[in-house]
Ligand binder design. Sequence first.
Ligand code: AN7
Length: 357
Amino acid sequence: TECPSVWKYAKLLPIEREPVTIREGGTPLYKCDRLAEKIGIKELYVKHEGMNPTGSFKDRGMTVGVTKALELGMSTVACASTGNTSAALAIYGAKAGIPVIVLLPAGKVALGKVAQALMHGAKVLSIRGNFDDALALVRTLCSQEKIYLLNSINPYRLEGQKTIGFEIADQLGFKVPDRIVLPVGNAGNITAIWKGFREFKKLGITDSLPKMTGIQAAGSCPIVKAIKSEAPEITPEEEPETVATAIRIGNPVNAKKALSAIRESGGTAESVTDEEILAAQKDLARLEGIGVEPASAASVAGLRKLVDMGVISRDETVVCITTGHLLKDPQTVIDVCEEPIVVDASIEAIREAIFGK
Ligand SMILES: Cc1ncc(COP(=O)(O)O)c(/C=C/C(=O)C(=O)O)c1O
């Protein structure tokens, strides 16, 4: 049987050669009735992109992007990253056998992601600045050297990530959901998924389009501000700040494309506080057994807020995209969860701790 992966859709991908693949894609679409009940909507699905091989949706963009690098005869690849892009690039570069350079904002990258980039052999630079500074620098580097830039300004990244839309349609029996809700940082993913749904409709595989709904952290939400003020473009934020470090991006490189995806689809954008993000992270984990890193939970936090505001009606069929695995950011989990109970190694102590007697 066809292996569920990005390359199931090879005919719709701009690649001629054998792909560099580690079995990315084919992620679960969970029906989440307990969470739907708590939020107060009829039908909620969660597309868990944390179940990709490197633990985030970035794998989809990198399998296409790194394969394209080889096709173009590029011998080195690079990116700036809040973490997951660098983890994925390190792994796909290792798989392809080519050197990888990654630029990370000093002190603001979750532990699991740095571990992946380091272990898989990337040259990891920790920039004394934020993600936006790192992105500007890596773009300069790639314009000066024969190094292939694989941030989501590279259209081949979006080609891979559009398969999220294909898979959701596939998994829902080609019934397109009313709405897709997802976290937005550099705004590549919302752009890519919209493209995927548009292509399926153009091919006559589906007959409708979802409302694209982008969620950002309150301390880092240039897309939300532009949507609410109906501005033609964003005003970059100088000091983005959020516990959801994956989306701590003040000057999203795909902002223009994301604004049109939201507007063309009749979607919207909303911001959520760090507290709302962390509450949603716990709900996903404890009500549905879905373990995600904070940025991913912004989708559910945003859905909840938009339902409470009456922007999203209760009878909509909604798919939330959870973009990264919980293990990417274990430190935040330790920070927000109760401590383990320390007990003596005796049955009495165990019973006391559990039953209180
Ligand atoms: C878990 C998680 N959730 C959401 C996003 C936002 O997606 P985009 O709006 O397409 O940027 C990211 C992005 C991460 C990086 O941009 C990077 O890794 O450099 C992420 O890791």
